[in-house]
Design a protein around this ligand. Structure first.
Ligand SMILES: [Zn+2]
Length: 250
C-alpha cells in the first residue's frame, strides 16, 4: 500500500542529513538497546515519553507518567519480539530531548516509530486512549501555541528533519487507524480515537510514526489500570496485532 516509502527514506538518508555528532549518539543507542543491526526483521522504535526531571503527568495516587511509559514500552518490546527487532529511545529514568529521539530512529532507518504517553499529552479525553499522527503541512494547526511554545526550548530548536514526517502522513494515518481498530476491541479500553496532532516530536521522524496516548493518568480509574501489568500486557498484545496488520498491508 505504501510502496516506495522505504526507497524514499533511503534516498533521504543518503542526502547527508546526519551529522557525526548524531552518529556518535546513535552508537550509544545501539549499545543501550541491544544489537539492533542483526537480522532482517523490521526494526520498530518504541519511545517512552518523558524521563528524568521531565515527569510528565502525575496521577492522584502519585504515579508518574515517565514511569508508566517506560514500563509499558518494555512490555510492548517483549510482546513484539521475536517477530520484530525493537529498540527503546530510553531504557532508564533520564531525559532524552526530542532531537535525540528523532535522530536515534532516523539513523537506524527503522520501519516504525511508536511514542508512548499516558497523560493527555495532546487533546486526550478524560479516560480514552488516542493514537495521533502528524497533519499535512498546510494545516493551520502548525501554528498552534503548543508547537510555538515547544520550539522556544533550546533542546528542541535544532531538529534536523524539520517537517520530514509530511512524507509519511498517509502511512502514519493508516498506522494510527489500524492500531485504533485493534485497541478498540481490547479488554479494559473503553474508547479510542485517532486524530491529527501537530506534535513537534513527530515532525522530525523519517518513517511512519504515531504517538499512542495510553489513557489519561490523571483520571483515577485510568491510574489504577495503568499500574496493572496484566492490563498493559493485554494492550501491548492489541498493539502487536495492529502492527502485524500494518506490515501485512504494506
Ligand atoms: Zn506525555
Amino acid at each position: 500500500m505504501f510502496k516506495g516509502i522505504n526507497d524514499k527514506r533511503r534516498r533521504l538518508k543518503r542526502c547527508g542529513l546526519l551529522t557525526l555528532a548524531l552518529l556518535g549518539l546513535a552508537g550509544g543507542f545501539i549499545s543501550a538497546a541491544g544489537a539492533v543491526a542483526e537480522g532482517k526483521k523490521p526494526l520498530i522504535i518504541v519511545d517512552p515519553g518523558h524521563g528524568g526531571h521531565d515527569l510528565g503527568a502525575e496521577g492522584s495516587g502519585g504515579s508518574l507518567e515517565k514511569n508508566i511509559t517506560l514500563r509499558f514500552a518494555n512490555i510492548l518490546k517483549e510482546t513484539l519480539q521475536p517477530a520484530y527487532r525493537v529498540a527503546l529511545t530510553r531504557t532508564g529514568d533520564y531525559r532524552v530531548n526530542l532531537e535525540k529521539r528523532a535522530s536515534m530512529a532516523n539513523h537506524h532507518a527503522a520501519e516504525l516509530f511508536i511514542s508512548i504517553h499516558s497523560g493527555g499529552f495532546f487533546r486526550a479525553g478524560v479516560d480514552s486512549w488516542g493514537v495521533y499522527y502528524y497533519p499535512p503541512k498546510d494545516r493551520k494547526s502548525f501554528d498552534l501555541p503548543e508547537i510555538k511554545e515547544k520550539r522556544k526550548d533550546p533542546d528542541n530548536s535544532r531538529l534536523n528533519w524539520h517537517h520530514i514526517q509530511t512524507k509519511y502522513i498517509r502511512a502514519s494515518k493508516h498506522l494510527a487507524e489500524t492500531l485504533k481498530s485493534h485497541l478498540q476491541g481490547c479488554p479494559g479500553i473503553d474508547r479510542v480515537k485517532s486524530a491529527e496532532a501537530p506534535l513537534l516530536l513527530l515532525e522530525g521522524i523519517n518513517m511512519p510514526a504515531v504517538i499512542v496516548e495510553a489513557g489519561y493518568l490523571t483520571h483515577p480509574s485510568c491510574e489504577s489500570r495503568l499500574n496493572d501489568t496484566a492490563y498493559l500486557s493485554r494492550a501491548a498484545e492489541c498493539l502487536r496485532r495492529g502492527i502485524d496488520d500494518f506490515f501485512r498491508e504494506k
